[in-house]
Write a protein that binds this ligand. Sequence first.
Ligand SMILES: Nc1ncnc2c1ncn2[C@@H]1O[C@H](COP(=O)(O)OP(=O)(O)O)[C@@H](O)[C@H]1O
Ligand SMILES: N[C@@H](CCOP(=O)(O)O)C(=O)O
Length: 305
Amino acid sequence: MVEVVTVRTPASAANLGPGFDCMGAALTLYNEFRFSPLPDKGSLDIDIKGIDVAHLTTEADNLAYQSFKRLYDRLGKKTPGVKIEIDMEIPLTRGLGSSATAIVAGLMAANHWAGNPLNQMEVMELAIALEGFPDNVVPALLGGCHLATKDESGWLICDIPWHERIIPVVAIPNFELSTADARKILPSRYDRQDAIFNISHLGLLVRGLETGNAEWLKRGMEDRIHQPYRKTLIPGYDEVKEAAINAGALGVAISGAGPTLIAFVQADRGTDVGTAMVESWKTHGIHVDALSLMLDRKGTTLEEG
Ligand SMILES: Nc1ncnc2c1ncn2[C@@H]1O[C@H](COP(=O)(O)OP(=O)(O)O)[C@@H](O)[C@H]1O
Ligand SMILES: N[C@@H](CCOP(=O)(O)O)C(=O)O
């Protein structure tokens, strides 16, 4: 008999500038998913509360259920009846990895109910395949800041040291930008100089995160693979970024596919930087919530009951 399980999964900021489709960090903002058994195989009941619930389906195409079912399909087993209660804290479609939380939670719960036939790496590979890129699901699952790369021998996950004085501040505008739409506008080929720019800046960013070095962080969050294209979808991007830097941000980048911007600050500058971003966006008629968060170091947790 399977038990009720509660899965708590953190938000994530992917890319962090030059780490497009490979690097991301888990943040202390969470969605919670409670899975309870229903007697009839294949039956489903979904109940969602919290932020942005009106935008989510409670039918079988819900991403948490799709992911839950995907694991049973992979095992060649019939999906058991399940009630999923979701408590949303992470705003939807804003570049904070809400889709990754649904994928990771569905897979983790199903794996647990099935008796853990897949190890953590196998669950992660399934999650990456469902999301299409690794930089949200990997930090969401493991916590911390991670880089993921793949070659013919499979995925390799590398943890990125994070200086304890670096605080992530996210400014979340009140409009949505779907990741699919924000990927469509990217070119499929890049100039060699742009590739070199990104490779060198990712190196700077990694060392900046490790040491807290302000110059390395500021320049290390620049990139030429996605931000120059995506900023055209984010009204006020240049001004808001400048306002954050003037208020003391160490560096600023689009969080994931946007429209949220993430600034790194030193401990005591979170409020100043958040307020500067809110005020700057206000001049474009855009309401913004600014949150001073921390790096989540635990990743996804699963508890019985
Ligand atoms: N808690 C959730 N439960 C079910 N589906 C979710 C949940 N969170 C996100 N999703 C799905 O993910 C989509 C948003 O994904 P995406 O455009 O990648 O934005 P984000 O940056 O928030 O991940 C939603 O439209 C919805 O289909
Ligand atoms: N690397 C992806 C990350 C998307 O993150 P999300 O939180 O916006 O879903 C991309 O940049 O497309």
